[in-house]
Design a binder for this molecule. Structure first.
Ligand code: NDP
Length: 305
């Protein structure tokens, strides 16, 4: 029996685990596919306080994990495949085991969104990719198309430009929504070009990506552009399919919450699952900490009754 099971090991889950373990709550982190969550895909985190020279996403993730372990949190490198919050203790299904917990913190974050165009699924991992930190070195002196117009697209393009010979950002609008600080860097990077008001309608290639079909949304013109890779950076969707029927969700899949509290006593949420606006490492850590403090109060209240 665990006092707290944390689902997810991004900044929110890792901070929550650090705080519950530090309060001497027996804490298990069901870590999912990647320690660090989205920041595991980030080459450089430049706005986490104290790390004034910047720090790589994977290194910051590892530091968060070691910090939680220092206080006794235990990690399980698997994804939860189900939950049952219909009675206490709460149940979390992992591999072929059912784990019991008095309290659960949901911090599973988000999954990459897909375009839904022909060729995308077939060529995923064969030129279609979602993480420049993981794959940029494979594109040394090659051409890459980056799809999207948010901070991720621009950050990924900058990371890729360290290796690739040519990076084209394809965005469906006439301007990006990325912050000025990133845009300034991208505009000043000679390897990066922008293709505005344009969408990818097909990803081409036999065994690997060889090109994309683009459609100009203003003229309707369609053309094929050669490329060796297509990086998708079109946003994220909540990773909450295992919660359906157990926690109240909105139409997109975000838990309905009051702050970090769900409608189920003892079940709390942190990180991107409760933040559609800020979604920075530091804000995720903040709500992970808040979820942990609520879980600690809940557990102390239950045990003192
Ligand atoms: P966003 O949701 O901000 O941006 C997604 C982009 O993809 C938008 O430009 C959107 O277009 C486009 N898009 C969405 N769906 C499609 C589609 N089907 N076809 C084509 N284009 C599509 O996601 P991000 O991952 O960029 O950012 C998420 C959050 O993480 C933000 O809060 C961001 O600030 C933060 N972040 C911060 C970083 C930093 O500070 N360095 C780095 C990375 C992320 P449209 O604009 O038309 O809606």
């Amino acid at each position: 029996m665990y006092d707290v099971i944390v689902l997810g090991a991004g900044p929110a889950g890792l901070t929550a685990a650090l705080d519950t373990a530090r309060a001497r709550m027996k804490t298990l982190v069901v870590a999912g596919p990647m320690i660090g969550g989205q920041i595991a895909f980030t080459y450089q985190v430049d706005n986490y306080p104290g790390f004034y020279e910047g720090i790589t996403g994977p290194e910051l993730s590892e530091r968060f994990k070691v910090h939680a372990e220092r206080f006794g949190a235990v990690f399980h490198d698997a994804s939860a495949i189900g939950v049952d919050f219909s009675g206490t203790p709460y149940k979390v299904m992992v591999d072929d085991r059912v784990l019991d917990a008095r309290s659960v913190i949901l911090a599973m974050g988000m999954n990459h969104k897909k375009l839904g165009v022909p060729g995308e699924d077939r060529l995923m991992g064969r030129g279609v990719f979602v993480c420049s930190t993981c794959d940029a070195a494979l594109y040394e002196d090659r051409k890459v198309v980056v799809v999207g117009g948010g901070d991720s697209a621009i950050q990924e393009a900058l990371d890729l430009a360290r290796f690739a010979s040519d990076v084209t950002i394809v965005h469906r609008k006439g301007e990006t929504r990325a912050c000025k600080c990133l845009m300034e860097k991208a505009i000043n990077e000679p390897k990066i070009r922008f293709q505005y008001n344009t969408v990818v309608t097909e990803i081409l290639g036999d065994k690997r990506v060889s090109g994309v079909r683009l459609s100009d949304l203003k003229t309707g013109e369609s053309r094929v552009v050669e490329t060796d890779g297509v990086l998708l950076a079109i946003g994220w969707e909540p990773n909450t399919s295992i919660l359906r029927g157990h926690v109240e969700l909105d139409e997109v899949g975000f838990p309905l919450t009051d702050g970090v509290k769900t409608g189920i006593k003892g079940v709390f949420v942190g990180g991107d699952l409760i933040d559609k606006t800020y979604r920075q490492v530091v804000t995720s850590c903040g709500s992970g900490c808040a979820a942990a403090l609520e879980a600690i109060h809940w557990l102390e209240g239950v045990s003192s009754r």
